[in-house]
Design a protein around this ligand. Sequence first.
Ligand SMILES: [Fe+2]
Ligand SMILES: [Fe+2]
Length: 210
Amino acid sequence: MNKPKNFSDFFALSMTKFFRLIADTFFAKRYGHRAVVLETIAGVPGMVAGMLIHLRSLRSMQTGYGSQIREMLAEAENERMHLMFFIEIAKPNAFERLLVILAQGVFMTFYLFMYIFFPKTSHRMIGYFEDEAVKSYTEYLELVENGLVMNIRAPKIAIDYYGLSRNARLSDLIRSVRADEMHHSEVNHSYADNLSKISNLKKSEQKKVA
Ligand SMILES: [Fe+2]
Ligand SMILES: [Fe+2]
């Protein structure tokens, strides 16, 4: 667990706890439905960050942004694929579909402005979101392994994407998705750490000048 070190981190963690509480209240143990709805949100930040870093590179006419842009866009695409897997497993009801449309509008707007003004806090928050996703998929996996959720065959689209065996089950799919979420967590926390180092460097240089 990446411990919060400053106000920005605490804010990011508080937002994460707040969103987690909403998800827990709404979905409880319905992990299939939870995955479908939350993956529609998870696909937003990478696309927003990728687009904004891309625009920054265009504005500044500088290189050095390529790997970050590609990583963020790959994250968005990976989350979209998670949605495609779980939509085969849990079919959202009409209310959940409405919720997804509303949540996309609200979260997309919120995250766009948050990233423009506070990119470090934004990456930290997504790092914490991903930590929560890892926990949720671990809980889901436990239910499947304990026989409380049927360990059905993994959907073909997931077998092809991950190169799983033809007999792969839901538990194999959850393990693969969880590994992706761990990667997203590492990447976003590392981006937040780097931005933090840059802003600390700038502050110490300003002190020297003063
Ligand atoms: Fe995901
Ligand atoms: Fe993720």
